[in-house]
Design a protein around this ligand. Structure first.
Ligand code: ZN
Length: 447
């Protein structure tokens, strides 16, 4: 945190608070979304125990969330399975319909082949009818010629006055009837008539053939109509199958949508579980660290108790010049901070760089000169006075002692500053008894 100018500071003296966090076990957001433990090298045993208890509670909470997500995943998977079964069932129907459609298409194809075959036969029959007609025409012409010639013979034979016969015979459309029924022909020689009859019999035969072919053609055309009707029936059946297929495909498409929706839900829940697992891991690490520190703290406390060194049995001294007595934040609950304040803040204006004195004789056990701006105590000193007492001096701008150094009451150990989490220069002063922070004003007399 940036240092404020003294002008601003005067206006906000009351707010020139030491923000060294003394709220036991509280975690602050490290800005990356995950809680970051407060640096705990100066934490007391009770702080560390609270930190471990908090981590345990948090791990339990995370585990409950993981279990809840697991239950949600199970129920979503059940729903998803449900849709999968529906998909399988409709797919079976689609497969069946597809098979029917395929069979129907084969039948239609066969029917079309039959129709094409009948059409070919009709065409062939028509050619044959044409041939037959041409033959009849030819014989017809032949007959006409013969009749004409007979007529001439008869005319010459009987020499009638009338030319009417000839003209009647030659011009008549139905010349044959006239010819055979005429009185004249009754006297024509048998052999000549036989020859004529042969020709006429040929024509009759051809005409019969032609009638037969026409009948064949009619039959084929009737067959073709029947086949076309059968084909139409098959097409209509196929259309029904296509509609059925579309119905099941639509159904399946809807089921797929549902299935995929559940897949997305499950994936989200699995991601959530993974994030919770990570959070649990981080919290477990925090707990492990606190546990190790607690063990170390206990070991050191035992060590100190073993030596039970008493450095100074005299009175406690005020840690700064007696002219600096403005307490900007007291020990205990602080509403502005929203938690407990582990010491007192002495924050007169103009204190920057002022001397800090050992409140009592003892051994320096912490002399911290490295720090992260804006966090925690900044540069600070802890002195162990024996008999379970320790004092802590935080936010220093300079430190004049080192760990292991034995100091006397009133020795200058550091200079007032605003390092760490502080809004302006002041001394954050703590007194600890058997690892528990107590109100310094209950121990150190204020001048
Ligand atoms: Zn403070």
């Amino acid at each position: 945190m940036k240092r404020r100018t003294s002008g601003i500071l005067r206006g906000v003296t009351a707010a020139a608070l030491c923000l060294a966090v003394a709220v036991s076990g509280k975690l602050i957001d490290g800005g990356n979304g995950f809680p970051q433990p407060i640096r705990s090298f100066a934490d007391t045993q009770s702080d560390l125990q609270q930190k471990i208890a908090d981590a345990d509670a948090k791990i339990k909470e995370i585990e409950q969330k993981i279990a809840a997500a697991g239950t949600d995943i199970e129920s979503n998977k059940e729903q998803q399975d449900n849709y999968w079964n529906k998909l399988v069932a409709t797919q079976e129907k689609i497969d069946l319909v597809n098979l029917s459609v395929s069979n129907k298409e084969d039948e239609i194809e066969a029917k079309e082949a039959e129709i094409a075959n009948v059409e070919l036969r009709i065409q062939d029959t028509e050619f044959r009818i044409k041939d037959k007609e041409a033959e009849i025409d030819m014989l017809d012409r032949k007959n006409k010629d013969n009749i004409y010639r007979f007529g001439q013979i008869i005319h010459a034979m009987y020499i009638t006055d009338s030319d009417d016969y000839l003209s009647i015979i030659a011009g008549s459309a139905d010349f044959y009837d006239i010819f055979v029924r005429s009185e004249i022909m009754k006297s024509v020689k048998e052999q000549n008539l036989n020859f004529m009859n042969m020709l006429l019999a040929d024509i009759d035969k051809l005409k019969d053939d032609e009638v037969q072919l026409e009948n064949d053609k009619k039959q084929l055309q009737a067959d073709k109509i029947t086949l076309e009707e059968e084909k139409d029936e098959l097409l209509s059946q196929k259309q029904e199958l296509d509609e059925e297929k579309k119905y099941y495909n639509d159904l399946n498409s809807g089921y797929w949508d549902e299935y995929n929706t559940y897949a997305v839900k499950i994936q989200d829940l699995e991601t959530r579980q993974a994030n919770l697992q990570y959070e649990k891991k981080v919290t477990a690490e925090v707990r492990e660290k606190a546990q190790r520190e607690l063990e170390e703290e206990i070991r050191r406390a035992q060590e100190r108790a073993k030596h039970n060194t008493v450095y100074d049995t005299g009175e406690w001294a005020w840690p700064v010049s007696p002219s600096f007595t403005l307490i900007t934040t007291n020990f205990g609950y602080d509403a502005w901070r929203g938690g407990n304040h582990g010491g007192i803040d002495i924050g007169n204006s103009g204190m920057m760089g002022a001397n800090i004195y050992a409140s009592k004789g003892g051994e320096v056990i912490v002399a911290k000169t490295t720090y992260v701006p804006g966090y925690d105590y900044g540069m600070y000193v802890v002195i162990d006075h024996g008999s379970g007492y320790q004092t802590l001096y935080a936010h220093c701008s300079a430190i004049y002692v080192s760990v292991g150094q034995v100091v006397n009451k009133g020795d200058c150990i550091a200079a007032v500053g605003a390092t760490g989490w502080a809004t302006g220069p002041h001394l954050h002063f703590e007194v600890r008894k058997d690892g528990v922070r107590i109100d310094p004003l209950g121990v150190v007399p204020k001048p």
